[in-house]
Design a protein around this ligand. Sequence first.
Ligand code: GLN
Length: 184
Amino acid sequence: MEIGILALQGSVSEHHMTFRRCGVATRDVRLPKDLNGINGLVMPGGESTTLRKLLKNSGLWNKLKKGIIPILGTCAGAVLLGNCDDDTFGIVDINILRNAYGRQIDSFESEIALKTDEFDGVSKFPGVFIRAPQIQNTFGKCKAIAHLENEIVGVKHGKHMALTFHPELTDSNLLHEKWISGIK
Ligand code: GLN
């Protein structure tokens, strides 16, 4: 198994480190040819407007939009997986609002509640929210796996996973392992 980390912008090295802790090989993805042979791709957080431009310029946009490669999208990555006012892949059945909690200064950490039946009884995860987007609703094949109070902050849709927080900025491998177990 080898996982690609989209290395155009954002928290790239932290995702590499998390998979290293899980014993999973990773590579940087910058061009369409880098997708050959990978089992899944992480789209890290950053700035979705910038990521969109870089993805289109690199030729990756049209390949990933097909939804065939399993994708873990965190924060800005989750925005591009879902549906919002801007151009996105629309391959995860969520409507998502950018910067819903305010500006960078309004970033926060808060414990989130995991769906225990999805995580072998584990119920808590440290949520790191950085100028985070908000999932407004889910539809179709999408399943909620994490909540912050009444809000959905993590979903899976087939082999894709969208998280509005940053699991790569914690010491826990749990969310990465969960996604990996779904694509094996
Ligand atoms: N605010 C960013 C956006 O809308 C996302 C922030 C992040 O990825 N941490 O693209």
